[in-house]
Structures are given as structure tokens and as C-alpha cells.
Design a protein around this ligand. Structure first.
Ligand SMILES: C[S@@+](CC[C@H](N)C(=O)[O-])C[C@H]1O[C@@H](n2cnc3c(N)ncnc32)[C@H](O)[C@@H]1O
Length: 344
């Protein structure tokens, strides 16, 4: 049984099911609308012409149909899913929206990619870890192409299962306020290491952690020198008496892109998330400061509001912003001593 829903500028037939789970006949998750909105926004902001898109794990086709209807400059979208029912639904959804410029296939994602050719944008949107699809996606990623990666196995990346993180992402995670940022940076490094095997340097241009998932968009450049530069930015991070890593210590965002996305946004209703990321992207620090943790550690009883602390630090000349990783955190180039002085 199906129902027709609207998302963005399209109508989509989706299965009627009571619970969102991996076991759905075809997977449609309304929570991921934000993920799809942001992908549309990013593609329209980078504004490349004549692009060929690959969606190896296309599900209902909602992402692909939305790209065709909402992104300018697309030459063709290749959608694939190993579930026959999904493929049928993708074809229906293309018809429903009167879209052409699409090819649909029913194969294993890796076979689909390796049998294909160079793509300008590849979106890996799996159940759980993107690991099984990284190599073939990177092999097929064009020079200056964009690789979008979603990971929903956040329990490994953000430290609930540190051994799983070591096995799958080759790094030690943290389990505290920093865990989402360190997890995201661990994921980035893993993807970059796979890229380096093929002389492809993958620089994150927009990254975030939200709900049950982490998401990174990488820009691809070819060449050993570019790869060496990336690998030089892999390191450990020490946090109080613990550590995480190795992980990516470079920028999480291209700040010009983050600003353009915030300014161009007409698609994401509540733009506060984009605003925070735009602000954070201007402060290049590894990690942030959690004010609750600091006040406990330094026994500060009269806790000031975050806005007040921010104002005072800015007055002293420091850069300060909120962070999308935590409601009680600030990203700043001030030191812990500077912050404690203001708090006291
Ligand atoms: C999370 S859903 C994709 C959702 C979709 N991208 C969206 O935005 O709505 C993952 C999809 O991958 C498909 N899938 C899982 N393993 C696969 C594989 N090895 N090859 C191809 N498709 C696969 C599943 O059938 C499912 O439709």
C-alpha cells in the first residue's frame, strides 16, 4: 500500500508503514528531509553546469527526483537500488513528477558504480556505515567532483562502542560533549584515507552532525601532493585526561560556501542551523568549550548565560560563536583560562 506525499517541489509515492526501520519494503524517512533539503541547497550554491549525479542507494527515489526538479544544471541522474520494489517505485515517482534525464537500475551499489563512469556528484546514503561503498564511489568520482557521505552508525563514531569505531574507522572516539565533533572528524579521516589510495584528495566543504546521523560533503582533487597535504592534517586530539583519533584536524567547512548557503537559503524553513554553521565556519578551532563542563570543573556556582559569556569574550577581542554540536558549547579562539576568567 502506498500514499502520495509532498516533499520540496515534488510528489512522491511512499509505502504506508507504521515504523521507520531498515525492514521497510522501501525505505522513506521523513526525518531525512533536512538532509535532502541541504543537499539541494548545496548543489544549487556550488552551481556547477552539466553535472552527472549517481545515487547508488536511491530508496524511493525522492532525493533523485528532487534533484531533477530543484537543482539547476543537471545533465543526468543515475539512480540505483538493490531492492526491486524500490526500483519500481523510483520509476513510478519519476513518472509522477514528469521528469526525464534519469536512468534507473537494480544492482548492488558497488557493481552499479564500478560498471559506470565518472560522476560529478555521488551521494552515499546507506543504512549504517558508508564503508562498504567508499572505494567504488571514490573510484568513480570525477576531478572536482563532490562526494556526499551519510553515516548513521553514530554509536560507533561517537564512542558508545569504541572497539567498533577502532575496527571500522581506525580511530579511538570520545564519549563526552565533544563526541559528535570528534566522531565527524574520525569519519572524515577514514574517507580521506580511502581517497588517498586512489590519489584523490578529499577536502570537506560542508560537514555536520544532526539527529541520528553525520554528514560530510567532500570536494575531490587529484594528485599525490594534494593527498599528502590532507594526510598531514591527521592527528590525535587530547581532551582533559583522554584523547581521540587519529582524526581530521583541518576545517570542517569551506567558509565561503557556508556563507553563501546561509545567504541563498530559501529551502530550509528554520535557517538557525545554517546560521550557526556559518558563524562556526569562521572560527577554525579543533573542538569547542562546553560551559556546563567548565563550570563544574572549575566549581563556578553562579553560571552566566551563554549569550553573556559570548558578549564578554567578544568585547575582549576573541572570536566566539555557538556550535551546532552542542547547545551548551561555544566555539572560540579564546583559551580555557580566558573563559574561566570571564566566568568567574
Ligand atoms: C537509507 S536508504 C536510502 C534513502 C534514500 N537515499 C533517500 O534519500 O530517501 C538505503 C537504500 O539502500 C538500499 N541498499 C542497501 N544495500 C544496498 C546495496 N548493497 N546495493 C544497492 N542498494 C542497497 C536499500 O534497499 C535502501 O533503499
Amino acid at each position: 500500500m502506498f500514499k502520495t506525499i509532498s516533499e520540496g517541489n515534488v510528489k512522491i509515492n511512499v509505502p504506508i508503514e507504521r515504523k521507520i526501520s531498515k525492514k521497510l519494503s522501501v525505505f522513506y524517512n521523513p526525518v531525512m528531509k533536512f538532509n535532502r533539503d541541504l543537499s539541494v541547497l548545496l548543489l544549487n550554491t556550488v552551481n556547477k553546469k552539466n553535472i552527472q549525479i549517481a545515487l547508488p542507494l536511491a530508496g524511493t527515489g525522492v532525493r533523485g527526483v528532487r534533484f531533477l526538479k530543484e537543482v539547476k544544471g543537471i545533465k543526468h541522474v543515475y539512480m540505483n537500488d538493490n531492492n526491486e520494489k524500490a526500483v519500481k517505485l523510483i520509476k513510478q515517482n519519476l513518472k509522477l513528477n514528469k521528469t526525464s534525464k534519469a536512468t534507473v537500475s537494480n544492482a548492488d551499489a558497488n557493481k552499479f558504480l564500478l560498471d559506470g563512469f565518472g560522476f560529478d556528484y555521488i551521494d552515499i546514503d546507506p543504512f549504517g556505515s558508508p564503508n562498504p561503498f567508499l572505494e567504488s564511489s571514490i573510484i568513480r568520482l570525477s576531478r572536482k567532483g563532490i562526494l556526499a557521505v551519510t553515516a548513521t552508525d553514530t554509536s560507533a563514531l561517537s564512542g558508545s562502542f569504541p572497539l567498533a569505531c577502532m575496527r571500522k574507522y581506525w580511530a579511538k572516539p570520545l564519549r563526552n560533549e565533544q563526541m559528535h565533533e570528534t566522531g565527524l572528524r574520525i569519519l572524515i579521516r577514514k574517507v580521506q584515507l580511502i581517497g588517498a589510495q586512489f590519489d584523490k584528495a578529499l577536502t570537506p566543504i560542508f560537514s555536520y552532525s544532526k539527529d541520528h546521523y553525520m554528514r560530510v560533503f567532500f570536494l575531490c582533487e587529484k594528485g599525490k601532493t594534494h593527498c599528502d597535504k590532507i594526510i598531514k592534517q591527521h592527528n590525535f586530539v587530547v581532551f582533559e585526561n583522554d584523547y581521540a583519533g587519529p582524526l581530521w584536524i583541518g576545517q570542517l567547512w569551506d567558509k565561503k560556501l557556508a556563507a553563501k548557503m546561509f545567504n541563498n537559503n530559501k529551502i530550509i524553513e528554520n535557517s538557525s542551523f545554517l546560521k550557526i554553521i556559518n558563524d562556526e565556519s569562521k572560527i577554525n578551532t579543533l573542538g569547542f568549550f562546553d560551559l556546563h563542563r567548565i563550570s563544574k570543573r572549575y566549581k563556578i556556582h553562579n553560571m552566566q548565560k551563554k549569550e553573556e559569556v559570548t558578549k564578554k569574550l567578544k568585547k575582549k577581542g576573541f572570536k566566539v560563536s555557538n556550535t551546532h554540536f552542542s547547545g551548551t558549547g561555544i566555539r572560540t579562539n579564546a583559551s580555557i583560562e580566558d573563559i574561566v576568567k570571564v566566568l568567574k
